[in-house]
Design a protein around this ligand. Structure first.
Ligand SMILES: N=c1c2ncn([C@@H]3O[C@H](COP(=O)(O)OP(=O)(O)OP(=O)(O)O)[C@@H](O)[C@H]3O)c2ncn1[C@@H]1O[C@H](COP(=O)(O)O)[C@@H](O)[C@H]1O
Length: 107
């Protein structure tokens, strides 16, 4: 169990994207533009799908982490806020999302 959230990773990516650290993978990837970032996102999605079909849970866990990282990079370079994506997901539940959370206080 960890308290680390997508919002935490999103903040790290936003900071690394504009950092001047030449060792930063995020900075290098963002510097290559949206097409390269989107290509990486697609590759990671396929790798996650293959791991799922193979029923390899360990591999799927690692690929899912790569996929979420690369999705957040694409959102960042595209100027789409993670908060807006979460709001869209909440809207689809027909509620803000907070009501259900309140009824599951230990999640
Ligand atoms: N979560 C990740 C993360 N997931 C995957 N990756 C990188 O994504 C790359 C994907 O692997 P590939 O083998 O497909 O990439 P590659 O062949 O090296 O690169 P390409 O030339 O194809 O782009 C790897 O190099 C991983 O290091 C990540 N890089 C960074 N993070 C997070 O971002 C933070 C900031 O990282 P830096 O920007 O490197 O400081 C880190 O602390 C992490 O929290």
């Amino acid at each position: 169990m960890t308290n680390f959230t997508l919002a935490d990773l999103d903040r790290i990516i936003a900071a690394r994207a504009v950092s001047d650290d030449e060792k930063s993978y995020t900075r290098k990837l963002v510097g290559k533009g949206v097409a390269k970032c989107a290509q990486k996102l697609g590759e990671e999605a396929v790798e996650a799908a293959i791991a799922a079909v193979r029923e390899d849970r360990e591999e799927l866990t690692a690929e899912a982490a790569d996929l979420l990282y690369h999705l957040l990079v694409v959102l960042n370079v595209s100027g789409v806020n993670l908060q807006d994506v979460m709001a869209e997901l909440a809207r689809r539940t027909g509620q803000t999302g907070l009501e259900e959370k309140a009824s599951r206080p230990h999640d």
